[in-house]
Write a protein that binds this ligand. Structure first.
Ligand code: ATP
Ligand code: MG
Length: 423
C-alpha cells in the first residue's frame, strides 16, 4: 500500500463535526458588520512579495522569518498573504476606492505564516479583519473598539481585556527612537541576538520582544508616552473619553508597539489569560501613512484583525454550545420504486417548505439499517415510503425524538401535517 499523504504541519482541516462552530462565528460576524454599515471585500490569497516588504516592514518577524514566499513559473516573487491589511490597501488603491472617500470594509479568510506550530499558533490560520479609510479622527478608533466589545458579547466571551497605547506621529517616533537607542546601547549586555540586530535597524521592535529574558530591560526603557507630539496626545485623550462614555474598560500599556511597521498614533490589543502564551486575540490601530507608502494618495486609515482559531478555542473552553446542523426529516427509501418516487417527493417537500432540511436515504439498505441511519442523523422525524405507502400515495411519519404514535398521511397532506407538528 502506498504511503498516505498528510496535511502540512500547522495547517489543519476543519472537519464536518467542527464546521458548524465556524459557521456560527461567521454568521455573528456578518450580522455585526451589517449592523455597523461595514461592507465585505475579498482579496486574493497570494500577492507580490514586494507588497508585504513595503507595508509590514523589512525588519519584522513576519517579513524576516514567517512568510511563505516562492517564485512562480514566470519568475515572479509571490507570497501567501500573512495578513490582510496590505492586500486590502493594495486593492483600495488599485480600484480607486480610497482617496477622498470613506470606506468601512471587512474581510475574513486564511493567512499563512511559517511559525513554530503550537496551541493557538498555526501556519495556516484565519483572520477576520476590519479596515476603515478616510477618517482621521479618533471617533472611528472608538467605533472599532466598541464594535469588538460587542463582538465578544455576541460570542458569549468574557475575560478579554483591552490594552491601548499611542505610538505618536512619525516625527515623534523618530525622536523617541534616538532616546531608546541610547538607553538600549547602554544596556547592550542584556539584549538577545534578535534585539542586538534590531538596535541598528528597527529598535522599537525590541519593545515587542516575546523573549522573557528581555522583560526587565524592556520594562526600564524610557517610555514613548513621555515623548509624544501634542496632536497624538489630544487624539489619544479623546479616544479615552469616548471609551469612558461607552463604558469600555481599558489599560494603557506603554510597551504596546505592535509587530508591524505601519502603525502610528493609537494601537490596541484585546488579550486574554485563557490561552497561555497565545493571549492576543485581536490587534489593531491607526496606519495613516500606509496608503501613501504603497503609492496611493495620503489617506487616514485604521483597523484591526483577530485570530478566529483563538476565539473558537475560547468558546470551546467556555463550553459554548452550538447545536450541530441536523436534518429535520430523514426520508427512508427501501427499494427501487421508493427511490424513484421518493426523490421527487423530497423535491416537492423542499418546494413547499422553504428551509426544511431533508436527508434522503441513498445507497439502499434494509428498512432496519435505514432506520438506524435516520436515528443517527439527529432528524426529528423519519418519513417512510415503503411498498404499502407507495400503493396508497401516502407516507408514514415516525417521530424519532418524541413518544408518539406513528401516523400514515396522504402525500398531498404531508406538508400541512409537518407544519402543524412543527417539523
Ligand atoms: P502574536 O504576537 O501572537 O504572534 P501578532 O502580533 O503576530 O500575534 P497580528 O499580526 O496582529 O498578530 O494578527 C492579529 C491576530 O491574528 C493575533 O492577535 C492573533 O489572534 C492572530 N494570529 C496571528 N498569528 C497567528 C498564528 N500563527 N496562528 C493563529 N492565530 C494567529
Ligand atoms: Mg506573530
Amino acid at each position: 500500500m502506498s504511503k498516505t499523504i498528510k496535511s502540512i504541519r500547522g495547517m489543519h482541516d476543519v472537519l464536518p463535526d467542527e464546521s458548524h462552530q465556524w459557521q456560527a462565528f461567521e454568521r455573528i460576524v456578518r450580522e455585526l458588520m451589517s449592523a455597523y454599515g461595514y461592507r465585505e471585500i475579498r482579496m486574493p490569497a497570494v500577492e507580490s512579495t514586494d507588497l508585504f516588504c513595503r507595508s509590514i516592514g523589512e525588519v519584522t518577524d513576519i517579513v524576516e522569518k514567517e512568510m511563505y514566499t516562492f517564485e512562480d513559473r514566470n519568475g515572479d516573487m509571490l507570497t501567501l498573504r500573512p495578513e490582510g491589511t496590505a492586500g486590502c490597501v493594495r486593492a483600495g488603491i488599485q480600484h480607486g476606492i480610497l482617496y477622498n472617500q470613506v470606506q468601512r470594509l471587512w474581510y475574513l479568510g486564511p493567512m499563512f505564516r511559517h511559525e513554530r506550530p503550537q496551541k493557538g499558533r498555526y501556519r495556516q490560520f484565519h483572520q477576520f479583519g476590519v479596515e476603515t479609510f478616510g477618517i482621521a479622527t479618533p471617533d472611528i478608533d472608538a467605533e472599532l473598539i466598541i464594535m469588538t466589545a460587542r463582538l465578544w458579547k455576541a460570542l458569549q466571551l468574557a475575560d478579554i481585556r483591552l490594552e491601548l497605547n499611542t505610538l505618536g506621529s512619525n516625527e515623534a517616533r523618530v525622536a523617541y527612537r534616538d532616546i531608546l537607542v541610547e538607553y538600549l546601547s547602554d544596556n547592550r549586555d542584556q539584549l538577545d541576538e534578535d534585539s542586538l540586530r534590531r538596535l541598528g535597524t528597527n529598535p522599537l521592535r525590541i519593545l515587542d520582544s516575546k523573549n522573557p529574558e528581555m522583560t526587565a530591560v524592556i520594562e526600564r526603557a524610557p517610555s514613548l508616552l513621555d515623548h509624544l507630539d501634542s496632536e497624538s496626545v489630544e487624539d489619544f485623550d479623546r479616544l479615552k473619553q469616548y471609551l469612558d462614555a461607552a463604558a469600555i474598560e481599558y489599560t494603557v500599556n506603554p510597551r504596546l508597539v505592535r509587530g508591524l511597521d505601519y502603525y502610528c498614533k493609537t494601537v490596541f490589543e484585546w488579550v486574554t489569560d485563557q490561552l497561555g502564551a497565545q493571549g492576543t486575540v485581536c490587534a489593531g490601530g491607526r496606519y495613516d501613512g500606509l496608503v501613501e507608502q504603497l503609492g496611493g494618495k495620503a489617506t487616514p486609515a485604521s483597523g484591526f484583525a483577530l485570530g478566529i482559531e483563538r476565539l473558537l478555542a475560547m468558546r470551546e473552553a467556555a463550553d459554548i454550545d452550538v447545536p450541530p446542523d441536523c436534518p429535520d426529516v430523514y426520508l427512508l427509501l427501501p427499494g427501487e420504486a421508493s427511490t424513484r418516487d421518493g426523490l421527487p417527493l423530497a423535491e416537492r417537500l423542499r418546494d413547499e417548505n422553504p428551509g426544511m432540511k431533508i436527508l434522503s436515504n441513498c445507497g439502499g439498505g434494509s428498512f432496519k439499517s435505514q432506520m438506524k441511519k435516520a436515528d443517527k442523523s439527529g432528524a426529528a422525524v423519519a418519513l417512510i415510503l415503503g411498498e404499502d405507502e407507495l400503493a396508497a400515495d401516502a407516507v408514514t411519519v415516525k417521530f424519532l425524538r418524541e413518544q408518539r404514535q406513528q401516523q400514515t398521511i396522504s402525500q398531498s397532506e404531508l406538508s400541512e401535517f409537518l407544519k402543524n407538528n412543527q417539523v
